[in-house]
Ligand binder design. Structure first.
Ligand code: AP5
Length: 274
């Protein structure tokens, strides 16, 4: 099986918070607090975009290890809000279960809170956000306000037959959150997590069930794919072929990001082979 752990990376924080008047004013205006001084925001700030199941989460995890910056997945944040039964979660659940986008107001509230966390000050990988033009514009305003613009947006291209195969095979461990795929399974018909001590049975995400996949793909084509043109016009877009073995896709992604000046492996991150 192919395990992909979804977890947050935390980076040791080494700087005192020392802000200029201009930055304090920007923070007041945008509602976003970045815990590093304006003009010296280090690290890489990227967006991974692509259809459901194109491998954004899988590759984000590999970039987390390589660059030591956190993955910020709005899907994961929303699922966690639903599981906790928070106000955001209650409002998001129906849209998620039917494969539609959650309201911008909720998603932007969640992303604003997450970007303000300490580990995002050294860069981040946005996985599944933004997903429409309004979110892209809101993100641009937030980041411009704190002097930390995006470095690159990478579009994952995968053919739809492969996407449907990946989504139908995806299973998650309900305890540790690792993501697996049945098509990589070497074990029996009731797959279990081989990382947790009590090996709980893996579960299928509700929105991966057959009836929800088509609306998700339609929403992607209608709302999200047009962002490629939006980011191309800003000179930020890079496109990769995300078909093929995970390691090969990682190699293409890293090669693509090597042209981003801030894409240096973190001193804190364990080095990986690819
Ligand atoms: P979200 O969780 O973001 O779902 P998604 O974008 O549909 O993406 P997925 O998680 O399905 O796929 P992925 O590209 O991460 O693929 P993965 O790496 O897991 O969003 C869920 C819902 O939340 C949305 O529908 C919406 O309702 C809401 N939402 C989220 N963000 C929102 C926003 N910004 N605005 C409004 N609403 C929002 O890979 C898939 C499978 O394939 C895995 O099993 C993996 O092991 C396998 N795999 C990966 N790579 C390969 C490979 N190269 N070869 C073979 N198998 C592979």
């Amino acid at each position: 099986m192919l395990p992909v752990q979804r977890r947050r990376a935390s980076i040791p924080w080494a700087r005192p918070r020392c802000l200029s008047v201009a930055q304090r004013q920007r923070e007041a205006r945008t509602g976003l607090t970045l815990k590093a001084p304006v003009g010296s925001v280090p690290g890489m700030r990227i967006v991974l975009m692509g259809a459901p199941g194109s491998g954004k989460g899988t590759q984000s995890q590999r970039l987390v290890e390589r660059f030591g910056i956190p993955q910020i997945s709005t899907g994961d944040l929303l699922r966690s809000a639903v599981a906790r039964g928070s106000e955001y979660g209650r409002r998001a659940k129906a849209a998620m279960d039917s494969g539609q986008l959650v309201a911008d107001e909720i998603v932007l509230g969640i992303i604003r809170e997450r970007l303000a966390e300490r580990d995002a000050a050294h860069g981040f990988i946005l996985d599944g956000f933004p997903r429409n033009l309004a979110q892209a514009q809101a993100l641009r305003t937030m980041l411009a306000g704190i002097g930390a613009p995006l470095d690159a947006v990478v579009l994952f291209e995968v053919n739809y037959a492969e996407i449907i195969k990946r989504i139908s095979g995806r299973r998650t461990c309900p305890q540790c959150g690792r993501v697996f795929n049945l098509h990589d399974a070497s074990s029996g018909s009731t797959p279990r997590c081989d990382h947790c001590d009590d090996h709980p049975p893996l579960v299928q995400r509700r929105d991966d069930e057959e009836g929800t996949v088509r609306p998700r793909l339609e929403v992607y084509e209608r709302e999200t794919r047009p962002l490629a043109q939006h980011y191309a016009a800003q000179g930020l877009l890079r496109t990769i072929d995300a078909d093929g073995p995970v390691e090969e896709v990682t190699a293409r992604l890293v090669a693509t990001l090597s042209s981003v000046p801030s894409a240096q492996p973190s001193a804190h991150a364990p080095q990986t082979a690819s």
